[in-house]
Design a protein around this ligand. Structure first.
Ligand SMILES: Nc1ncnc2c1ncn2[C@@H]1O[C@H](COP(=O)(O)OP(=O)(O)OP(=O)(O)O)[C@@H](O)[C@H]1O
Ligand SMILES: Nc1ncnc2c1ncn2[C@@H]1O[C@H](COP(=O)(O)OP(=O)(O)OP(=O)(O)O)[C@@H](O)[C@H]1O
Ligand SMILES: [Mg+2]
Ligand SMILES: [Mg+2]
Lengths: 256, 256
C-alpha cells in the first residue's frame, strides 16, 4: 500500500514545490508508481511538470468540494510512472468554503483512501500556510517531509510547524510520522547557511536527511520548460541531490 | 494624511518582509513617520526588527478580533521614526474566525482609520496567500507594492495577483492604486533572471520601479541580528537598493 508523504512548510519559497516535483520524478525514474497531489492554489506543481491550465480535466478542488473521485482527476506527465492531480487558483476559495462543511479536515484523506492501493508513493505539495488546505494534507498523510531553506526566517518558523504537527497528531492523525527535514538552497559560501545547517543537525539529529540540496540555478530554470530536473539537466548538482534523496527514501521501504 | 501601502504577493519567499522592513527603515531614516503592520502569522516583520515574542504588548490579532485600538499595540524599534504592530502565530486562527464575522473584510481598514493622521506612511506586510488576511490588507490600503522575485513561478503568479487586485477594486476599494512592481533577488548571472526582468519591464512598463534589489547575502544575514539592512551594513548593495526605493517613493509625495 502506498505511503502518503506531505511536503509542508508555512514559510514561503523554501523549495516545497521543487522538492515535490523532483522527488516524485526521482522515485518515478526508479519505477516506483507515484501520484503527486497539488494542494496549493498557485498550481506550481502542475505547471512545473508541463501541465497547461487550459488542458486540465479536473483539479483537486473537484475532489475536495465537487464530489468527484480522485481517479478521474489524474493527469499524465513525461514520466510513465508519475501522475499529477493539479490545482488552480479557485482552490483559494476552498479555505473559506470548507469552514462550514462536514468533516472539513478529512476531505483529502477520504478522497485519497481509494487511491493508496494503486501507488507506491503519494506526495502532497502544500501551500505556504497552516490553514485548512495544509491541515487536510497533514491529516491525509502517513509522514511529513519539511524542506528547510538555510536562512534565518525559515529556521524561526520551524518550531511553529512542529507545534502544528504535534496538534494534528493528537487531534486528528495519531499515526503521522516525521519523514525528515531536507536542507534546501544551501550555499556553502554564506555564513548564515552554515550556521543554520549546524543548528538544525545538532537539534534534530537523525531526523535531518543526509542529502542536502545546494542552491543551483538549473533548479530554477527547469520549471520554465515544464520539466523536472532529471529531464532538463541530469548532470547538474540539483539533480544529483534529488536522486540521492529518492534513494534515501527508497532505503526505508520494507524490503529495499 | 499618511499613505497606506500594502506589500503583497501570494508567491512565497519573494522578499515581502525584507521589502517591508527595509523600505520602512529607509523612509524612517529620512525622518518620515512610519508604521509597519505585520499581517503574516509568521511574524517575521517584528522579529526582523528585533522584537521578541515574549515582550510583546499586543498584536494585530487584538485589533482585528480583540477590539483593542491599534494605538495600544505600537512597539518602538531602533529607529526613532519607525513603529511596528507585530503578528504572532495565533493570527492563523483569524482566517477561520473572521469568516462568520460582521464586516470581516474591513476589520483592518476600520482599525487603521484613526492611525492615518499620525504617520506619513503605513506599510502592511502580507502573508503568502490570497485569503482573508491579505484581503483585509488590500482593502485597507491606498496602494499595492508587489515584490517580484526574478524567477519563473513568481512571474507565473503575477496575473492571478493582478486579477485579485482588480476584484478588490471593483467590490471593496475602488481607490486602490498600483504603487509598483519591485524586482527582487536579481542575479545578473542567471539567464532566467534576465528573462524575467525583460518580460516584466516590457509588459508592465512604468509600473516597474527603477530600483532593483540584487541578491545580496547581507540581506539574509541582518534578520538574525534583528536589524534592518541600514543598521547592519549600510555600504552593502542590498542597502543601497532599498535606500533608492525609498527615494523613488518619496519622490511621489505632493511636495517632494
Ligand atoms: N535548490 C535551489 N536552487 C536554486 N533555486 C531554487 C532551488 N529550489 C527552488 N528554487 C527556486 O526558488 C523558488 C522557490 O522555490 P519553490 O517555489 O519550490 O518553493 P515553495 O516553498 O514551493 O514556494 P511557495 O511557498 O510559494 O509554495 C522557485 O523559483 C524555484 O525555482
Ligand atoms: N535580495 C535578497 N538577497 C538575498 N536574500 C534575500 C533577499 N531578499 C530576501 N532575502 C532572504 O530570502 C528569504 C525570503 O525573503 P522574505 O522572507 O523577505 O520573503 P517573503 O516574501 O516575506 O516570504 P513569505 O512568503 O514566507 O512571507 C529570507 O530568508 C530573506 O532573508
Ligand atoms: Mg510551492
Ligand atoms: Mg514574509
Amino acid at each position: 500500500v502506498g505511503r502518503i508523504i506531505c511536503i509542508s512548510n508555512q514559510k514561503g519559497g523554501v523549495g516545497k514545490t521543487t522538492t515535490a516535483i523532483n522527488l516524485a520524478a526521482s522515485l518515478a525514474a526508479a519505477e516506483r508508481k507515484v501520484l503527486l497531489v497539488d494542494m496549493d492554489p498557485q498550481g506550481n506543481a502542475g505547471s512545473g511538470l508541463g501541465l497547461k491550465r487550459e488542458n486540465l480535466q479536473g483539479t483537486v478542488y473537484d475532489a475536495l468540494l465537487g464530489g468527484r473521485p480522485m481517479g478521474e482527476l489524474l493527469h499524465p506527465t513525461e514520466l510513465r510512472f508519475l501522475q499529477v492531480v493539479p490545482a488552480t487558483p479557485d482552490l483559494t476559495g476552498a479555505e473559506v468554503e470548507l469552514v462550514n462543511q462536514e468533516r472539513r479536515e478529512y476531505r483529502l484523506r477520504d478522497a485519497l483512501r481509494p487511491m493508496a492501493e494503486q501507488y507506491d508513493y503519494i506526495l502532497i505539495d502544500c501551500p505556504p500556510s497552516l490553514g485548512l488546505l495544509t491541515l487536510n494534507s497533514l491529516i491525509a498523510a502517513d509522514s511529513v517531509l519539511i524542506p528547510l531553506q538555510c536562512e534565518y526566517y525559515a529556521l524561526e518558523g520551524l518550531s511553529q510547524l512542529n507545534h502544528t504537527i504535534d496538534l494534528v497528531k493528537q487531534a486528528f492523525n495519531p499515526g503521522l510520522k516525521m519523514e525528515g527535514i531536507l536542507l534546501t538552497m544551501f550555499d556553502s559560501r554564506a555564513n548564515i547557511a552554515n550556521q543554520v545547517v549546524a543548528d538544525v543537525r545538532e537539534y534534530f539529529k537523525e531526523q535531518v536527511f543526509t542529502s542536502v540540496v545546494p542552491r543551483n540555478v538549473r533548479l530554477s530554470e527547469c520549471p520554465s520548460f515544464g520539466k523536472p530536473i532529471l529531464l532538463y539537466d541530469i548532470k547538474s548538482k540539483g539533480c544529483e541531490s534529488y536522486l540521492a534523496l529518492g534513494r534515501e527514501i527508497m532505503q526505508r521501504e520494507p524490503n529495499p
